[in-house]
Design a protein. Structure first.
Length: 82
């Protein structure tokens, strides 16, 4: 009977150690990993916004070039008529 109690106590001690390790892992995930993932996500969001702004500006430039070409054609036609 004493041997079973000793083995049971060893198992309980190992379980306590495992419980402590699991708690440490949970704290690491909560305090470090999740925070770092959030920072990366925020950085990606900022990059995405900058990319959208850049694309919007590029589209505006293209539209201005099209309008400029259209104005040149109209001006040329007016000069031909006059």
């Amino acid at each position: 009977m004493e041997g079973i109690d000793h083995v049971l106590q060893q198992i309980l001690n190992r379980l306590d150690g495992l419980d402590s390790k699991v708690t440490d892992l949970q704290l690491t995930l909560e305090n470090e990993t999740n925070k770092n993932i959030q920072l990366i996500a925020e950085g990606h969001l900022d990059l995405n916004r900058k990319s959208d702004d850049s694309l919007r500006l590029e589209n505006e430039k293209e539209m201005l070039l099209i309008r400029e070409n259209e104005l040149r054609r109209v001006k040329t036609k007016i000069e031909e008529i006059a």
